[in-house]
Every structure is written in C-alpha cells, then in structure tokens.
Write a protein of this length. Structure first.
Length: 374
C-alpha cells in the first residue's frame, strides 16, 4: 500500500506532524504500537513557547482546562531551596489526555492511523521507502518520519550510533492527588537522580523521577528506593507522605541515555525524542516535540509536494539545519546542567549559587527553551 508519508510512532511529534501534513492533503499513515488512550512516562509540563502555534492550528486542548504553571521550585538533596518565576510559563496536561486529543484531531484531518501496529523495519531503495510492520503488512512511501520516542528496536535496525553506548537511566512515574501548588513545577534532587511534580488536568499531579539504574538496583524496587533515598529530601518526604497514588503500580521506562542523535538517519526524518532527548530537568521535551513536528511538516511541504518525488537532498539538508539551529544548543546545555543534579554536595551548592546569582540561573533556563512560534 502506498502513501505520501509514513510516520513511525504516535506521540506528540508524530501526531502533530500527521495533522499538519494531512491538512495539506498528503496521504498520511501513522503507525502506533499501542492503542489510544494510554499513559507514557513523561514530565507532562508544556512550555508556553508552543501556545501560539497550538491556538493558531486549533490544537490547544482547552476542553481539559489545563492548569497554568508560572513558577519553578528547585531543591537540593538536603532541602536547600530556590524559587524562580518562569518567563514564558507553561501548562500541565497528561500524555494520556493530550495524545488522545491529538489522535482524534489527526483522524479528523484525514490521517490514517494504525493502532497496535509497530514499525519493525524501514528500508530505502530507488528513492522509495519500504516499511514493514508487526502485523506483517508492508507499505511504501517517498517520506518516512521517525517519531517513536526515546528508544525502539528501530534504532538498532537503522544502525544508530548511540545504541552501542551505555544507557544508564530509568524513568518512573505516578499520578497522584494532594494539597500541592497548581501553578508551580518543582524539581527535587536526591542521590542519583531528581524528581519533578506538577499539576495536570482534573486536579491531579504528575510525579515523575529520573534515577540512575545502578542506584535503583541497590534497592531492588521503586518503593524501597523512595523510602531509603528520595525521602531524605524533606520536600520529597512531604510529597510522598501527602500524596494519594492513582496508579496501582508506577510506570517505568528503562535503559535510555541522553547522547547526541542525528536528525536524519538513513533518509528518515527524526522528530521528538527520536531526534534528540533533552534532559527532563529542562522541562521542555513536550514543546520541542511539537515544534520539531512543525519544522518537519513545513520542510516536507516545501521540498516534497504531495504526489511527487521532490528534492530529497534539499529536504534533508534544510531539515537538519533548521533542527540543529532550533534544538542543538538546548540539548547540549541540558546535558551539562544535568551533571550537577543527583549529587548530594554539588546539587546543594548549585541551588545556593543559583539563588545568589539569579540572573545566571534565569539565563540557563532561557538557553533550554525557545521563543514562541506560530
């Protein structure tokens, strides 16, 4: 079966790209290995840099009344504290709600969406892709977008460099209720990692933390780790005491890292986390995924009009250039800043220094975020 575009993965990047391209009359097929709606391990905070774009394109999920976030709280492992205003601010919404909302928008736009359908192989010959799926079906298309997230078997099939490196991080997520601030995103250090909490829809909060796999292995389970390590931070101790958990057990994603990735691999245009995974402490992954999808859709429409073979060389060159200018510095800054997080001494010192030199702290925050766009 032939399409103009095949998108591997249906997160924020994949769905946004599907909507934009389907609205431009491309024949779009999106393959998602799960069935909507479903939860993902994610910080679930969206920077307002994407707000003008979402509203202009009728993609802002207003029906969920997402809470506005205006300030940032940072604590060291022993409870050192720093509060800063967020220049742009943001809003909170679960991936369960936001992805399903965009899924419905993509279908309305005319995109074909194959659920419970994982892309298992992508090959490129004679200017055409052949895409194989877990269902045993093959598709062909002149353009493929990789939007399959932090990690996938496709990365090895596409021979991506970072797959040979050690991936030492684990992400753990809960949804909770409690008497927590709805207009604040908080980031709390503990030995070996850090934990964020922020409001989402329906009075709920997302509680999500990143930890090194070696530290988790010391304690055997998230619950034991939380009791022994996370609760040494007095702010986290208060949170875990107050919180009422809404999941029977936490969601866990493991074996990933923050190494640089390529925006184009074997002619596949990578978007979202598949193109570059920003450290969660920056709180900007969701906005970057949406923005990258817009860049991909705009670049495709310029160089590969629907129904044509177009100019692939120009497409790839422009996409890489635009992606790098938009995101490369943010990712590099995030990797550098992450080095001081999760360390009992250094994290506390960083909080004190940031408090003493507030302009420096705000400058670092700006370097991991972009400007509003439409």
């Amino acid at each position: 079966m032939t399409h103009d575009i095949v998108i591997a993965g249906g997160g924020l990047a994949g769905l946004t790209a599907a909507i934009l391209l389907a609205r431009k009359q491309y024949r779009v097929l999106l393959c998602e290995r799960k069935k909507y709606p479903f939860h993902r391990v994610c910080g679930e905070y969206v920077s307002n840099e994407v707000l003008p774009f979402l509203k202009k394109n009728d993609l802002f999920p207003a029906t969920f009344n997402p809470p506005a976030v205006r300030s940032f709280l940072l604590t060291g492992t022993n409870g050192q504290k720093l509060t800063l205003p967020l220049d742009l601010g943001g809003f909170g919404i679960s991936r369960y709600a936001f992805d399903h909302y965009l899924f419905q928008k993509a279908r309305e736009a005319g995109a074909e969406i194959c659920e419970n359908c994982e892309v298992s192989d992508i090959s490129f010959q004679k200017n055409t892709f052949t895409i194989s799926t877990s269902e045993g079906v093959e598709y062909t298309a002149p353009v493929v977008i990789g939007a399959y997230g932090k990690q996938a078997r496709l990365d090895r099939q596409l021979d991506r460099d970072f797959t040979e490196k050690e991936n030492d991080y684990v992400g753990i997520k809960y949804h909770v209720t409690g008497d927590f601030k709805k207009d604040e995103v908080a980031l709390h250090n503990f030995r070996g990692g850090y934990c964020g909490i922020s409001a989402i829809e329906e009075g709920k909060f997302n509680l999500c933390y990143l930890v090194r796999r070696t530290v988790l292995r010391e304690y055997g389970s998230p619950g034991d780790l939380e009791e022994a390590i996370l609760r040494q931070n007095p702010y986290l101790d208060d949170i875990f005491t107050e919180a009422s958990h809404l999941f029977e057990k936490p969601m866990v994603i493991s074996n990933f890292g923050f190494y640089p990735r390529t925006a184009v691999q074997n002619h596949v245009l990578m978007t979202g986390d598949a193109a570059g995974l920003i450290t969660p402490l920056c709180g900007n992954g969701m906005a970057m995924a949406i923005h990258a999808a817009k860049i991909a859709a705009d670049t495709i429409s310029r160089h590969m009009p629907a129904g044509t073979t177009g100019n692939r060389e120009a497409l790839e060159k422009e996409y890489v250039s635009h992606w790098n200018s938009s995101f490369r510095t943010r990712l590099a800054v995030g990797r550098k800043v992450q080095q001081v997080f999760g360390h009992p001494v250094v994290s506390g010192l960083a909080v004190r220094v940031a408090g003493a030199f507030t302009p420096l702290a705000r400058s670092l925050m700006k370097r991991t975020h972009g400007r509003p766009f439409q």
